[in-house]
Design a protein around this ligand. Structure first.
Ligand code: COI
Length: 325
């Protein structure tokens, strides 16, 4: 079996090598982001595995299938970059990754703590020998209500971690699961109304795109802190900017950003970057932004590569894989 892996980072290479040998798979590794222009490198490959920077649209899926590709896997949990409906229509199986939720959940809680303790402003001041305390008055997590939107594996783990801090945790999801051990399920408006901090852990799709918008922010407490370690487009960036400017929002912890593709995970130091909202939001002292790195841990990266390769092998050999979408 032959698999082409796109968007391969240095830290993934050793895992690909190990898995290729273990599973007897011939692997072609490239740093390139998949697109029509480089689809031909998949010629003769049974499977394609990718990360999340490419736009795997209908045209590209058709082309892969025409080239003989029989399965596609994304080494990410999210699959909003793939036209899944079209893949289903043409009978091209797609699977995603299922790495442990711990890294993203811990990172989420870290962003909450950074925000409530004004850590970004404190860090900036230290760099210029300003040791003053003004404006750095913090709050303690145990006295706050945290709202979790989406209680899948990551949302549930966030709730579990938060139970150790002693805060009140509210959750909203259409499917209610074992998170009820660590949070109280409620309706969306109650989460908006009562959350001092609200964190979102939902898939991005047409129902959830811009779920956090002017209307939802309007329903929230003044000074609410919003956290996003899922997908940038779950939040309407213009509404976030207005919320910060009007001081309705007390802070933002954003590990992802709308239209981050082609920017995040790249060294763009010498380039003129055209995502104006990103540069604008970044300058506020109460907005913490990182380069979509909540996932980036030793444990998760190995699992991502494993799911990427193993998923294709399993689907092609047995027609099944636990994360077949
Ligand atoms: C995912 O796994 O869905 C992520 O968000 C991580 C990815 C950007 C590498």
């Amino acid at each position: 079996m032959k698999i082409i892996a796109y968007e391969v980072r240095e830290d993934e290479r050793q895992y690909f090598d190990e898995l290729g040998e273990k599973l007897g798979v011939e692997l072609v590794l490239t740093e390139e982001v998949p697109c029509l222009g480089n689809a031909s490198v998949a010629t003769g490959c049974d499977g394609v595995t990718t990360l999340g920077q490419g736009n795997i649209n209908a045209e590209l899926l058709d082309e892969y299938q025409r080239l003989g590709v029989r399965c596609l896997s994304t080494r990410t949990v999210g699959y909003d970059h793939i036209d899944l409906a079209h893949a289903k229509k043409i009978g091209l199986p797609v699977c995603n990754a299922c790495y442990g939720p711990g890294g993203v959940a811990e990172y989420t809680v870290m962003l909450m703590l950074l925000c409530i303790r004004h850590y970004k402003a404190a860090l900036w001041r230290m760099q210029v020998n300003d040791y003053s305390l003004g404006g750095l008055y913090g709050r303690e997590l145990r006295n706050l209500t945290v709202g979790i939107l989406g209680t899948g594996r990551i949302g549930t783990q966030v709730a579990q971690i938060l139970s150790g801090f002693g805060c009140r945790v509210l959750g909203y999801d259409v499917y209610q699961g074992k998170a009820s051990q660590w949070l109280t399920y409620t309706d969306l408006d109650t989460v908006y109304r009562e959350g001092d901090i609200i964190t979102i852990h939902l898939n991005l799709n047409e129902k959830t795109r811009h779920m956090i918008n002017r209307e939802s922010i309007e329903k929230m407490k003044p000074g609410v802190i919003l956290i996003n370690c899922a997908r940038g487009a779950l939040m309407d960036t213009d509404a976030l900017i207005d919320g910060i400017e009007q001081k309705k929002l007390g802070g933002l912890g954003l590990d992802c950003f709308e239209h981050e593709e082609g920017i995040y995970h790249q060294n763009r130091r010498d380039d003129i970057i055209s995502n104006r909202s990103m540069a604008y939001l970044r300058q506020f002292p109460n907005v913490v932004m990182t380069q979509h790195m909540a996932f980036f841990t030793d444990a998760a990266v190995y699992d991502m590569v494993k799911c990427g390769v193993e998923g294709i092998c399993s689907v092609l050999k047995t027609g099944k894989y636990e994360t077949l979408l």
